[in-house]
Design a protein around this ligand. Structure first.
Ligand SMILES: Cc1ncc(COP(=O)(O)O)c(C=O)c1O
Length: 467
């Protein structure tokens, strides 16, 4: 098996007096000596390693050649470069140390944002919801393309009390999640031939949104973000008409910025003046630790905005259920298309969701998840604030430690070498940005693993950052 390039714990520090090939060779040599790389492990190709490190290929080649010459590595013609058995490496002691420190690869810990923490066993309310569904006969007929009326009424009630967004069932369309909502909106706008199909997206931003726009045949215009989310003035400088902007004002994904009211109003005004549609993805606003969520942009300009909600960050990403609030003409166009192409939301899933809302389980599960994430948010703030600017704490399911790009890469690969995966901001960046960083997701793992992973991250930061 070939090691993935990001699992080698290689630390590159530009200010270091050692040359780059020497730094790479030193890191690999130390990993072999510590017993972290077993004999016969195949190293990544020099091309893969240099791509991962963002260095010239010659650097990796020189490092490997050096280690082959020293007897740490074996270059097998046509097969690759392998770790050699090194008799004097003190395996026994170090191996004990290693198993205590880092989990074996099968138990990797992922701090990637995206999925929420879910309880290990089904709650009574979850079982009850599905018993309710199972108690009704199978839905024989095609359902309402906007979604079940009962569910839409319950979502309208939820948005009013939890989000201050006052709407009615007629303005709601049930979707299979935020990305599906975005697809439905771009689909509806695509029918218009009087506009250019260009969508403005945050950069860094949600990769799936960009992938979807491209898949739909739309061009993407990158708009920078800062600590207050999308930089609205930059919309003015887009040289062509932009009929849609996709934005995450409650907790910019992934940099965590919270868009203040002044900017929200400016965004609403921009949409009013240009006639563009704001697509507001409110993907994790259920989670606030201290302050109440700010009002939605949709509420400021309901006739020019579409609001997207999802259960992916609360009940689970595998459920595939979400909702949108849209102006009447958009709802009409979307439901007509859905009926025409047979894109009907699944009835049993909607019934189960309505049941969870009806008996209060949604509120209960959000409350208990909020307690868990709040504690994790505090762990992160306490442990990482001394290393740099922390963005996005106090809200949502992830935060970001702003770092230089090279440092962020080195930290992520040092963590990966110890079994902890976390992405750098570059994973969400389409055009170059000044700020780099590492993204710390709060979901998907248990408390002990989370605390352990933050400890590994702190140790990586202490190693990589100059003291
Ligand atoms: C910014 C953003 N929006 C929405 C989602 C969820 O999308 P969906 O509802 O399609 O699962 C995610 C999940 O990672 C996200 O990061």
């Amino acid at each position: 098996m070939t090691l993935p390039p990001n699992s080698l714990s290689i630390t590159i520090v530009r200010a270091d007096r050692r040359t780059l090939p020497v730094q790479v060779a030193d890191s690999i040599r130390a990993a072999i000596d510590r017993g972290e790389l077993e004999p016969d492990t195949r190293l990544p190709s020099t091309r893969a390693l240099s791509d991962e490190l963002g260095l010239a290929r010659a650097v990796a080649e020189q490092a490997y050649e050096q280690l082959v010459a020293e007897g740490w590595l074996d270059a097998r013609r046509g097969s690759g470069t392998y770790v050699r058995e090194v008799p004097h490496a003190v395996r026994s002691r170090r191996t004990v140390h290693r198993t205590r420190q880092s989990p074996p690869p099968a138990e990797r810990i992922s701090l990637r944002p995206g999925t929420p923490w879910t309880p290990p066993s089904a709650s009574d309310a979850w079982k009850r919801a599905w018993r309710d569904v199972g108690g009704s006969p199978p839905p024989g007929d095609y359902p309402d393309p906007a979604g079940s009326l009962e569910l839409r009424i319950r979502i309208a009630d939820l948005l009013g009390r939890a989000r201050g967004l006052h709407t009615t069932a007629d303005s709601i369309v049930v979707t299979t999640g935020s990305i599906h909502g975005l697809d439905l909106v771009l689909g509806a706008l695509s029918a218009r031939t009087d506009i250019e199909h260009v969508v403005a997206l945050e950069n860094p931003g949600y990769r799936a949104a960009a992938a979807l726009a491209v898949h739909r045949g739309w061009s993407v215009h990158d708009v920078p973000v800062d600590q207050e989310g999308l930089v609205v003035e930059e919309l003015e400088s887009i040289p062509h008409e932009t009929p849609a902007v996709y934005v995450t004002p409650s907790h910019q994904y992934p940099t965590g910025g919270l868009m203040p009211i002044g900017r929200r109003r400016a965004l609403a005004d921009w949409a009013r003046v240009t006639g563009s549609t704001i697509i507001e993805d409110d993907y994790d606003s259920e989670f606030r630790y201290g302050i109440a969520p700010l009002p939605t942009v949709t509420e400021l300009v309901p006739d020019r905005a579409v609001y997207l909600g999802t259960v992916s960050k609360t009940l689970g990403a595998g459920i595939r259920l979400g909702w949108m609030v849209a102006p009447p003409s958009m709802v009409e166009r979307i439901t007509e298309t859905r009926r025409a192409i047979g894109d009907f939301p699944s009835v049993p899933i909607q019934q189960a969701m309505a049941s969870l809302l009806r008996d209060g389980e949604w509120d209960r599960s959000v409350r208990s998840a909020r307690r868990i994430y709040r504690a994790r948010d505090r762990v992160v703030a306490a442990a990482l604030a001394r290393f740099g600017e922390l963005r996005g704490v106090g809200a949502g399911l992830h935060s970001v430690l702003i770092l230089d790009h090279t440092v962020a890469r080195a930290v992520a690969s040092a963590c990966a070498a110890r079994g902890v995966d976390l992405p750098t901001l570059e994973h969400s960046t389409r055009s170059p940005t000044t700020d780099g960083g590492v993204v710390i997701g709060y979901g998907s793992v248990g408390d002990n693993e989370f605390v352990y992973a933050v400890k590994v991250l702190v140790e990586a930061l202490e190693t990589v950052l100059p003291s």
